[in-house]
Design a protein around this ligand. Structure first.
Ligand code: BGC
Length: 249
């Protein structure tokens, strides 16, 4: 089967990879470019076009995982990107940059879909909450495998502060938190989420999931806690799966 290009736009880099949708795996190497500071529209469109050009073998639709609420291709929020994205037809922007059909999905939802299909959530019934720890905190909520999109739990107020301002990976770096200090904060966030949604399992994703073994023993919840099976590639894979599914209609 032809591979589909998946792109994951993060706070510091934009990562792309060719994904075989039949097995939901990245084929070959991923490539990345630095995210233009603040991800302004034009510079981001150019970066996306450059990444598309770097994968000539992917000729089908293109998927983009984007860190905002995405509803029918329109980006509706912009917590960590240029505010010009609010109300922008991001799918049209991607389509123009790529020169072929582009589909845009929330980054955590993309990662969650990939995890449910081939990663840590595979075969999980009940309530699964995927969390991505990066510049912000992304969330994807599944009930018996079905996604409730755009849950945006990184903005849940906990003790008067947004969850992602308490425990994102960026906050860990900026405040120089060691694993015990950061995990204490993550545990508060998990407890707040658990009290509201009672997930059976939390899947921990984002760049920090690459180092899961270093802090796994410090995380606590009444739910099971597992690392993302695809680690940081989940967004790229999920974006491609979303494009493949959307193009099929
Ligand atoms: C955004 C979400 C995104 C998350 C992770 C939050 O600030 O509002 O849409 O999923 O960051 O990137």
């Amino acid at each position: 089967m032809k591979s589909i290009l998946g792109i994951d736009l993060g706070g510091s880099s934009i990562k792309a990879g060719a994904v075989d949708p039949s097995c939901a795996r990245v084929v070959g190497e991923t490539q990345s470019v630095a995210t233009p500071p603040g991800a302004p529209l034009e510079a981001t469109a150019s970066a996306l076009a450059a990444l598309v050009a770097a994968f000539p073998q992917c000729t089908g639709p293109v998927g983009l995982a984007f860190p905002a609420v995405v509803s029918h291709g329109i980006t509706r929020t912009a917590a960590n990107v240029d505010h010009a994205w609010i109300g922008t037809d991001a799918a049209a922007l991607l389509t123009a940059a790529a020169g072929r059909p582009g589909f845009v999905v929330n980054d955590a939802d993309a990662a969650g879909v990939a995890e449910m299909r081939v990663g840590a959530g595979r075969g999980e019934r009940g309530v699964v909450m995927m969390l991505t720890f990066g510049t912000g905190i992304g969330s994807a909520l599944f009930v018996d495998g079905r996604l409730w999109p755009n849950t945006e739990l990184g903005h849940l107020s906990i003790g008067g502060r947004e969850a992602e301002h308490i425990a994102s990976a960026r906050v860990r770096t900026e405040e120089g938190l060691d694993w015990p200090m950061w995990c204490e904060r993550v545990n508060c966030v998990l407890e707040a989420y658990h009290a509201l949604f009672w997930p059976d399992v939390f899947i921990i994703g984002g760049g920090v999931s690459e180092r899961f073994e270093e802090y796994a023993g410090l995380l606590r919840s009444r739910a099971r806690i597992v690392p993302a099976g695809l680690r940081h590639a989940a967004g790229v894979v999920g974006a491609a799966l979303y494009a493949a599914d959307s193009a099929r209609g």
